[in-house]
Design a protein around this ligand. Structure first.
Ligand SMILES: NC(=O)c1ccc[n+]([C@@H]2O[C@H](COP(=O)([O-])OP(=O)(O)OC[C@H]3O[C@@H](n4cnc5c(N)ncnc54)[C@H](OP(=O)(O)O)[C@@H]3O)[C@@H](O)[C@H]2O)c1
Length: 301
């Protein structure tokens, strides 16, 4: 082993208990189970909730189940650029390292609505919100990678990206025409993969990796708050019959976020903790670049 190899393995070998992991949407479902698992390993976990009470309840639960006191709750609404900016400022004043940014939060809505900044909500929250957040935390992620050997951005995408057969509809990002909850959700999840892949390219050589994943079909609260309207009963029945538990659903997130074998892997899409090929639309390099440019313009306006 050369001296350089030795240094790399030493820095990569930073124990998980020295690391800080930020999880969006950690008050429920897959995000909460990811928080429990990662806090149990000893890492400092900062997770978000947009609702104070749901957040406080989850904070007690995550602390109790993980046996860790290194768990913190922060407020974040990804449907508001102001909230994202304020959250990023708070995080950066609370820690000087972020080893993992786990972009987990997400939603699906059958009824079209708009965020306070005028974006269609599903695309705004699932993609644009995380795009801005990752950009704002880019400096600290890069600094962490430089000092400690690596840092990771992990996007919880979905096999629902397969619904977006024609790619992202750049001509109607506000979804004024032919709104379909599942269609828009699929495009937002395709956007998660396109963004992770573009980020992986742009950060190549920096020590910051970017990957995306499908957690499985998970019996979380996802789509169960009336967001799926008349389809609620079908979602509930499907979950009862086929879905895995949120704990099992968190396994791939935890693997990509913490496993040594994925420390330097970047630009991959994972399912069941294994690399999987996403659709050709997700691997479209022109779409990756275009999405980056359009998103930059949208969040900075
Ligand atoms: N469940 C599945 O079968 C499945 C399959 C594939 C992919 N996924 C993906 O897995 C991720 C987690 O979903 P889940 O199944 O755990 O669903 P969940 O139980 O509904 O949890 C979603 C989380 O996202 C948060 N969230 C929603 N809107 C937000 C906003 N505007 N700002 C900040 N946080 C917001 C929720 O907070 P509130 O409590 O405030 O709503 C909650 O913490 C999502 O990205 C989803 O697309 C899920």
């Amino acid at each position: 082993m050369t001296q350089a190899d030795d240094q790399t393995s030493e820095s990569i070998g930073q124990t998980i208990s020295q690391k800080t992991v930020v999880i969006t949407g950690g008050n429920a479902g897959i995000g909460k189970e990811s928080a429990v698992a990662i806090a149990s390993m000893g890492a400092r976990v900062m997770f978000t909730s947009r609702d104070a009470q749901r957040g406080a309840d989850a904070l007690s639960e995550v602390k109790e189940r993980s046996g860790s006191t290194k768990v913190e709750l922060l407020s974040l609404d990804l449907a508001s650029l102001a909230s994202i900016r304020s959250f990023a400022t708070t995080v950066m004043s609370a820690t000087d390292r972020i080893d993992v940014l786990l972009n987990n939060a997400g939603l699906l809505q059958t009824q079209r609505s708009m965020t306070v900044d005028g974006f269609e909500t599903t695309f705004g929250v699932n993609h644009l919100g995380h795009f801005l957040l990752t950009d704002l935390l880019g400096g600290i992620l890069t600094k962490t990678a430089k000092e400690f050997g690596e840092s990771r951005v992990v996007a919880v995408a979905s096999n629902a990206h397969k619904f977006a057969r024609n790619g992202v509809n750049f001509d109607d990002l506000e979804r004024r025409k032919n709104y379909s909850g599942m269609g828009v959700y699929g495009e937002s999840k395709l956007a998660n993969i396109l963004f992770a892949n573009e980020l992986a390219k742009r950060l190549s050589g920096s020590g910051v990796t970017a990957n995306s994943l499908h957690p499985g079909y998970v019996a979380s609260r996802f789509g169960r708050d009336g967001d799926t309207g008349r389809l609620d009963w079908a979602v509930a029945l499907g979950a009862q019959l086929f879905a895995i538990s949120p704990k099992k659903g968190a396994a791939t997130s935890v693997f990509v976020a913490t496993d040594q074998s994925t420390a330097t892997a970047s630009g991959g899409y994972y399912e069941k903790s294994r690399l999987k090929k996403p659709t050709s639309q997700a691997l479209d390099t022109d779409a990756q670049k275009r999405l980056w440019e359009v998103s930059t313009e949208l969040v900075n306006r």
